[in-house]
Design a protein around this ligand. Structure first.
Ligand SMILES: [Fe+2]
Ligand SMILES: [Fe+2]
Length: 384
């Protein structure tokens, strides 16, 4: 029997393991005296990456860091996403990113952040669930867990392959005399401090330490996004925004905290000047995105998934559950714009729409006219 006529989907035995965004499928077909084995790779959507399936690249006694850049998620362009988890007393060492701004959202826990920037300006502040902070490219910064439990942070970057330098690694490149000269000390005081050019990345404090009183004050680099008034709220959901018009330090990055209720839907739309990198905090949702040339990709997202929509590619979001879904949506512009179906289609006459869809102009009389896009609409129909 010619092997080439056998199709993998006729397998009688198989298993499936998910690694990153691919499904690797092994299957076999048994015949009376032999078995044919097949290996195949089933590509899931190129727009989706399951962060929960990724083994963190950094695992230390202080915590973990899982990063998804273009190497793992090839469709990324101009953006990337990390998840940082710090155990009790865990410390993300002081470091900086030479090629990317960083915008972070605290999912749980409490932490202390210090940013040291141009002009020797220091910014120290506490963050807790629902708070965000922003770090410009090149600015030194650290994060230390100050709570009793785990601390979790979702971080977006304004580059598809963010780079970083750590304090430990850079000091590891310097000799004892060079370090001694820096502070006017004898070189032998540094001989006790073991160093290497390789960063520690995440360390662990021997004791909790103190939180300075001024760290509880407001700070330009911190934004309590979930405490701000929604940009939009209706029975279908809400969007709370962290963007330059309400948080002036932001540059080339922003975030929307999106909630869609069981009665809502994010209308079909696109963003003329920005790509969109989303992360699912809660719920289950369906997205459809179209690519140039007409190819269509529809996929389901669940908690811990991330997705990427290239600039101006049309897409929409449907909630598939009977409860609220929550997304963090990052953009590569300080204020993302968008164009939705609800207002834009009505910019054209019934005759133009008739010609566009090869039908009678009168078929479009029923479309209401809105001055502005509705963004989040009511789900008046059953989800298919
Ligand atoms: Fe960072
Ligand atoms: Fe969008």
């Amino acid at each position: 029997m010619p092997i080439t006529t056998q199709k993998p989907h006729t397998c009688v035995l198989g298993f499936k393991a998910q690694i990153g965004y691919n499904n690797f499928m092994y299957s076999s077909v048994k015949y009376s005296d032999y078995t044919i084995y097949f290996w195949r790779i089933e590509m899931e959507s190129p727009h989706v990456f399951h962060l929960n399936s990724l083994e963190p690249q950094a695992i230390t006694k202080g915590g973990t860091r899982a990063f998804v850049d273009k190497t793992l998620f090839p469709i990324l362009n101009g953006m990337a996403l990390y998840r940082l988890i710090l155990k009790e007393n865990g410390v993300r060492e002081p470091h900086w990113h030479p090629n990317a701004n960083e915008l972070s959202y605290c999912v749980k826990g409490t932490a202390l952040v210090t940013i040291f920037g141009n002009g020797s300006k220091r910014n120290t502040f506490t963050i807790s669930e629902g708070d965000m902070f922003y770090v410009p490219s090149g600015f030194l910064h650290h994060i230390e867990n100050t709570g009793k439990g785990e601390f979790e942070l979702i971080l977006a970057f304004s580059h598809e392959n963010p780079e970083d330098f750590g304090l430990s690694g850079f000091a590891g490149c310097m000799t004892d005399p060079v370090l001694g000269n820096t502070w006017g000390l004898k070189s032998n005081v540094f001989s006790k401090i073991k160093r290497s050019p390789k960063d520690i990345i995440i360390g662990k404090k021997k004791s909790a330490g103190k939180i300075p009183e001024h760290a509880h004050f407001t700070n330009d680099y911190k934004f309590s996004v979930e405490e701000t008034f929604p940009h939009l709220a209706n029975e279908g959901g809400s969007a709370i925004v962290a963007r330059k018009d309400v948080w002036p330090v932001l540059d080339n990055i922003s975030m929307y905290s999106l909630r869609i209720t069981d009665k809502g839907m994010r209308e079909p739309h696109w963003h003329p000047e920005t790509a969109e990198l989303g992360y699912v905090l809660k719920g289950r949702a369906r997205m459809t995105v179209q690519s140039p040339g007409g190819s269509v990709d529809t996929y389901t997202l669940k908690k811990g998934d991330m997705y990427f929509i290239p600039r101006a590619y049309p897409h929409h979001i449907e909630n598939l559950e009977k409860k609220e879904m929550r997304f963090l949506i990052f953009f590569d512009q300080p204020i993302p714009g968008d164009i939705g179906f609800s207002a834009s289609v009505r910019a054209y006459s019934n005759e133009v729409l008739g010609a566009t869809f090869n039908t009678e102009a009168s078929n479009f009389k029923m479309l209401p006219e809105y001055d502005e896009d509705l963004l989040i609409v009511s789900r008046v129909n059953k989800t298919e």
